[in-house]
Design a protein around this ligand. Structure first.
Ligand SMILES: C[S@@+](CC[C@H](N)C(=O)[O-])C[C@H]1O[C@@H](n2cnc3c(N)ncnc32)[C@H](O)[C@@H]1O
Length: 278
């Protein structure tokens, strides 16, 4: 079974990689994601001629936006550990001369120290068991005074209503705990400080919806309920009952769910030309 929480770390060996590609397409179409992505690009603010690293580039829409910002004289390196993702992104990059796609693990970047003016990661560290290592690699490959921007959810903030507290907790906790790094959102500011980054800015970005059908696609609610049943955290009857409860709540306008992600920006100390302020 392909679960969204645990499957993004190994898309190529999943039963059906199309599940992950179509999930990313859905997310990119939602106003919340478009809005924080726009803010993250504004925070990075690369000018013409800049060299930018995009880690875990997925379908490549953000790399394409960055390519428009850096222009023909700049360069965007789009890195992903999934060949399927790199291939899907490559199809959309046909005329983007400034994008270089690379199949690589974020924890072991085949790139020189200080090769980039800036780096960005968007919902990637949550899928990596050693996010400190991946972030350290991003910092290593950015030049002095270069900028880093990362957005990551914190699944400890995931809430669903209505429902009995115990069942709600079990389901949301299972979803969060099956990400390799489900609490990365709260850890990001510390990671930026630990790496010695300066001018750190933190924004909390909260997503919410009352649409159960959307929540099923975004938060894998059906698979997650069945997984809880299979793992013996709830009985199979309770898992089905929980889904029925949510469907009835949706019909009465009582369904609600939400999570918070954190957008963090920082700069490497150094004497080189500072990154332009937005
Ligand atoms: C949730 S998707 C986000 C994709 C894209 N950043 C976006 O905002 O749509 C996570 C991406 O990270 C990639 N990924 C997961 N683990 C990785 C790793 N260790 N190194 C590089 N990429 C990784 C996945 O293949 C996937 O494309």
């Amino acid at each position: 079974m392909d679960y969204l929480s645990s499957g993004f770390s190994r898309v190529d060996s999943s039963e059906d990689p199309a599940v992950f590609l179509s999930c990313l397409q859905t997310l990119c179409s939602l106003p919340y994601f478009q809005s924080y992505k726009k803010k993250s690009l504004q925070l990075l603010n690369p000018g013409p001629g800049s060299r930018i690293l995009e880690i875990g580039s997925g379908l490549g829409q953000d790399a394409a936006s960055l390519a428009r910002m850096v222009g023909r004289s700049g360069m965007v390196a789009a890195i992903d550990s999934s060949r399927k993702m790199i291939e899907a992104a490559g199809k959309g990059f046909k005329n983007a001369e400034s994008i270089r796609c690379c199949l690589a693990d974020a924890c072991n970047l085949p790139l020189c120290d200080g090769a980039f003016d800036g780096a960005r990661a968007d919902r990637v560290l949550q899928h990596i068991p050693d996010p400190e290592r991946a972030f350290s690699e991003m910092v290593r490959t950015v030049r002095d005074s270069g900028r880093l921007v990362v957005y990551e959810p914190d699944w400890g903030t995931f809430i669903i209503s209505p429902g009995k507290k115990e069942i709600c907790r079990t389901m949301t906790q299972l979803f969060g705990d099956t990400f390799p790094s489900g609490w990365i959102g709260r850890q990001l500011p510390g990671l930026f400080r630990e790496e010695g980054l300066k001018n750190i800015r933190i924004r909390a970005e909260t997503f919410h919806t009352g649409d159960l059908h959307l929540a099923i696609r975004v938060f894998d609610l059906v698979n997650n309920a069945h997984r809880a049943g299979q793992m013996g955290l709830v009985s199979p009857g309770q898992a089905e009952g929980r889904l029925d409860e949510l469907r009835r709540a949706h019909e009465r306008g009582r369904f609600f769910c939400s999570y918070t992600g954190f957008l963090v920006c920082g700069e490497k100390p150094g004497r080189q030309t500072p990154f332009p302020q937005e």
